[in-house]
Design a protein around this ligand. Structure first.
Ligand SMILES: Nc1ncnc2c1ncn2[C@@H]1O[C@H](COP(=O)(O)OP(=O)(O)OP(=O)(O)O)[C@@H](O)[C@H]1O
Ligand SMILES: [Mg+2]
Length: 254
């Protein structure tokens, strides 16, 4: 039940084999293989420092692995940096949010993908279109913020997280990677994010979800991968394991 598969299925949307990454003397990843099936929620669990964020950052082009291969959407070496990953169809919600405090909600939602209006040879930022579209994206996801013109600096942690997720899912991605999207959220906001993940899946968007919340993982995930001390320790179908099984896999007592 718990062996890590050696073969990557041909229809995997994202996969890696033999990934290694060191930071100075720290070996963060050691011979890591992983894959996500299309249209599934693929969870990645493990203790603090197990290597989850490092793996995710390698998979979305933030870190360059020292060794190993990555494949996305049928292509080898699919991108060289996060911008390339995003253009290829991967959106990421990082553990430490990447919002710009001094910009408004609408400006953050359209950061690096501004709506531009052309008049003859000139290009203008279409601020009105961006504000209208921002309001539509937020209401589509039932996200409550005082106004799209509010500076992000003045929002709560949960509201900021919601904006960051909205930004990722609003872009029409093929795969959304979320590193602990609900770690800082209250009960209701966590519920909203879980609804959002279910909706993505219903729309055939693949999701990779890093989470410490095993109940959440069992509620949402199809497949669960377990990391221990920089290695991939197990891969199981979520429906076939209990919460206690997951604890045992993470701590290595099984
Ligand atoms: N940029 C970095 N520079 C140096 N060491 C790093 C860096 N990023 C991660 N590490 C180290 O690599 C190891 C794996 O860290 P990583 O952040 O991937 O763990 P994690 O599984 O995401 O943990 P958590 O659940 O706490 O988020 C840790 O020992 C960490 O200290
Ligand atoms: Mg992490």
């Amino acid at each position: 039940m718990t062996a890590v598969p050696h073969a990557i299925p041909g229809d995997a949307v994202l996969s890696c084999q033999g990934l290694g990454k060191t930071f100075g003397a720290v070996r963060a990843l050691h011979d890591v293989s992983f894959f996500a099936r299309p249209g599934e929620v693929t969870a990645l669990i493990g203790d603090n420092g197990a290597g989850k964020s490092t793996l995710v950052r390698c998979l979305v082009g933030v870190h360059q692995p020292d060794e190993g291969a990555i494949r996305f959407n049928g292509r080898d070496k699919p991108y060289a940096d996060p911008d390339g990953a995003r253009k290829a169809g991967i959106e990421t919600v990082h553990q430490n949010l990447a919002l710009v405090d001094e910009l408004t909600v609408a400006q953050n939602l359209f950061l690096n993908r501004e709506i531009v209006r052309r008049v003859g040879p000139f290009r203008f930022l279409d601020r009105r279109a961006m504000r209208r579209e921002a309001a539509r994206m937020l209401s589509h996801l039932s996200i409550n913020v005082p106004s799209v013109d509010q500076r992000v600096r003045r929002l709560s942690g949960g509201q900021r997280q919601a904006i960051s997720i909205c930004r990722a899912v609003g872009a029409g991605a093929k795969l959304v990677v979320m590193d602990e999207p609900t770690a800082a959220l209250g009960v209701q906001e966590t519920g909203n994010v879980e609804t959002l993940i279910r909706r993505l899946k219903a729309e055939h968007v693949s999701v990779v979800l890093v989470s410490h919340n095993f109940d959440q993982v069992r509620r949402l995930a199809d497949q669960v991968w377990v990391m221990r001390a920089g290695r991939m320790a197990a891969s199981v179908r979520a429906a076939e394991v209990s919460g206690n099984d997951l604890v045992a896999l993470v701590t290595g007592t099984r």
